[in-house]
Ligand binder design. Structure first.
Ligand SMILES: [Zn+2]
Length: 143
C-alpha cells in the first residue's frame, strides 16, 4: 500500500485533486492560510494495527509532546511549525480550524491517531492562537 493510499484511509473524507497527487503534498486551509505537509513523511510515522490492546487503529511513531500528544512539523505560510497530529486530523476531517475547541484522545494511548478515539471538546480559551501545539520547541528552522 502506498503512503497516499494509507493516508486516504486515515482521512476518508478528504477529496484530492490531481495537483495533490502530483506533488505528493496535502494542503488544507487554516484561516485562509495554507497548511502544507508531505504525505510520504507523515505516513512514514503512522503505524496501523489490525489488533491493538486498546483497539487503537493508528498510532504515531514520531515525537510525542511531554504533555501527551503527538507532534508533526507542518508549514504554515511557508514557516515550519509543530502541530498536534490529532488536532491536524480533526481539522482536516471537520474542515474547520477548530478555534474554541480542544482535541483530545478518549483512549489512554498518547500516540493514538484513531479517528474514533478523538474527542472534540468546546473550550473558549482553546485555539487562540492554537492550533499550534508547541511554541517553545524548535523556534526557527530554515524559514
Ligand atoms: Zn486510541
Amino acid at each position: 500500500m502506498t503512503a497516499l493510499e494509507k493516508f486516504k484511509q486515515l482521512f476518508p473524507h478528504l477529496q484530492f485533486t490531481e495537483t495533490d497527487f502530483y506533488v505528493g503534498r496535502f494542503g488544507t486551509c487554516y484561516k485562509n492560510e495554507f497548511l502544507d505537509f508531505n504525505i510520504e513523511t507523515f505516513m512514514s510515522k503512522v503505524v496501523a494495527f489490525s489488533q491493538h490492546p486498546t483497539d487503537c487503529e493508528y498510532e504515531w511513531t514520531g515525537p510525542i509532546h511531554p504533555a501527551g500528544f503527538p507532534l508533526v512539523g507542518v508549514k504554515l505560510n511557508g514557516k515550519r511549525r509543530m502541530i498536534n497530529v490529532r488536532r491536524l486530523i480533526a481539522m482536516v476531517s471537520e474542515q474547520d480550524d477548530l478555534t474554541g475547541f480542544q482535541v483530545l484522545h478518549t483512549c489512554k494511548n498518547p500516540a493514538c491517531l484513531t479517528k474514533d478515539h478523538l474527542g472534540i471538546l468546546e473550550d473558549p480559551t482553546a485555539g487562540k492562537p492554537l492550533p499550534w501545539a508547541s511554541k517553545t520547541g524548535r523556534k526557527k528552522q530554515n524559514d
